[in-house]
Design a protein around this ligand. Structure first.
Ligand code: A3P
Length: 305
């Protein structure tokens, strides 16, 4: 049986004003009641912002020295679980399906700290993260490269809706009708949160690509970690695009709901790949629309570096 048959693609629906699919809402009560611990670290992103990259950096920072086997035996999506996921396991056969729940994975995690991922918009964040004053790392990526990356991801990922053709996909992105809702609201909502919640470190994909060592250094300051310049250099080398693309434990090749014949998960890793997809007219329309939606002048994205 083909992956496509085993993973029927989900439909988008409106969930409290945000487009979602059932894979991320089926476990809603447990998500909202999730009990965070004060030392939990949350990596929050709109999809395709470099979530896996930052998850891997944090996992290495905390566990590379103490449990090196972790890097070679557990895929990154299990080391740093997606809190809201409720995704069927392919191994269990077509039916009944075993459901992997992000909340269970986190609850069963034995590490300290626990590293947790989420794509939830800020208004859906389980309260306990804020009550426990957890550290939150938000990663943001410019809208044009995000939509391109998301398009290719949805082409190859069976647990996402069918993306359709590029130009209608781009329109849908501008309308905010994507899984996890509007990119514009997501990056702006978390940016606003940073103004009132001081334990939030907001980083940009473009900055991370420009100077990975510098951004790891800033992350260490935020996390209260001491790392020597040599350690940071070593880590920056380890998490480079080409290394991650080859590494089965981070490139998602072990994740069964993806079809790598269509595209890769660690795909291009560039700033400005949007130029290979947007026509001049699409870029102008996007820029016009962007100005209307993104009113906060303090939140600035780079579409080139
Ligand atoms: P592209 O599709 O543009 O290549 P996420 O983990 O949030 O799903 O993000 C995936 C995007 O991050 C993909 O973008 C992927 O290639 C990119 N990425 C992952 N690791 C990277 C790295 N080490 N350097 C640069 N980009 C990376």
């Amino acid at each position: 049986m083909d992956k496509v048959d085993l993973f029927p693609r989900p439909q988008l629906f409106d969930f409290h004003g945000v487009s979602m699919t059932h894979y991320f809402t089926d476990n809603w009560e447990n998500i909202q009641n999730f009990q965070a611990r004060p030392d939990d670290i949350l990596i929050a992103t709109y999809p395709k912002a470099g979530t896996t990259w930052v998850s891997y950096i944090l996992d290495l920072l905390y566990f590379d020295q103490t449990s090196p086997d972790r890097q070679t035996s557990i895929p990154i999506y299990s080391r740093v679980p997606l809190l809201e996921a409720a995704v069927p396991s392919l191994k269990s056969g077509p039916s009944p399906r075993r459901i992997h729940k992000g909340t269970d994975l986190v609850d069963n995690s034995l590490t300290s700290p626990r590293l947790i991922r989420t794509h939830l918009p800020v208004q859906f964040l389980p309260k306990s993260f804020l009550e426990q004053n957890c550290r939150i790392v938000y990663v943001a990526r410019n809208g044009k490269d995000s939509v391109v990356s998301y398009f290719h991801f949805e082409r190859m990922t069976m647990i996402q809706p069918e993306p359709g053709d590029w130009s209608s996909y781009l329109q849908r992105f501008m309308e905010g009708k994507m899984v996890f809702g509007s990119w514009y609201d997501h990056v702006s909502g978390w940016w606003e949160k940073k103004q009132t919640y001081s334990n939030l470190h907001y980083i940009f994909y473009e900055d991370l690509l420009e100077d990975t060592g510098r951004e790891i250094n800033k992350l260490c300051c935020f996390l209260g970690l001491n790392a020597s310049a040599e350690e940071i250099d070593r880590l920056a080398g380890k998490v480079q695009f080409d290394n991650m693309k080859q590494d089965k434990m981070v490139n998602h090749s072990t994740f069964q709901g993806m079809d790598f014949r269509i595209s890769s998960f660690i795909r291009k890793g560039k700033v400005g790949d949007w130029r290979n997809h947007f026509t001049v007219a699409q870029s102008e329309e996007f820029d016009e629309d962007y100005k209307k939606k993104m009113k906060n002048p303090t939140l600035k994205f780079r579409t080139e570096i």
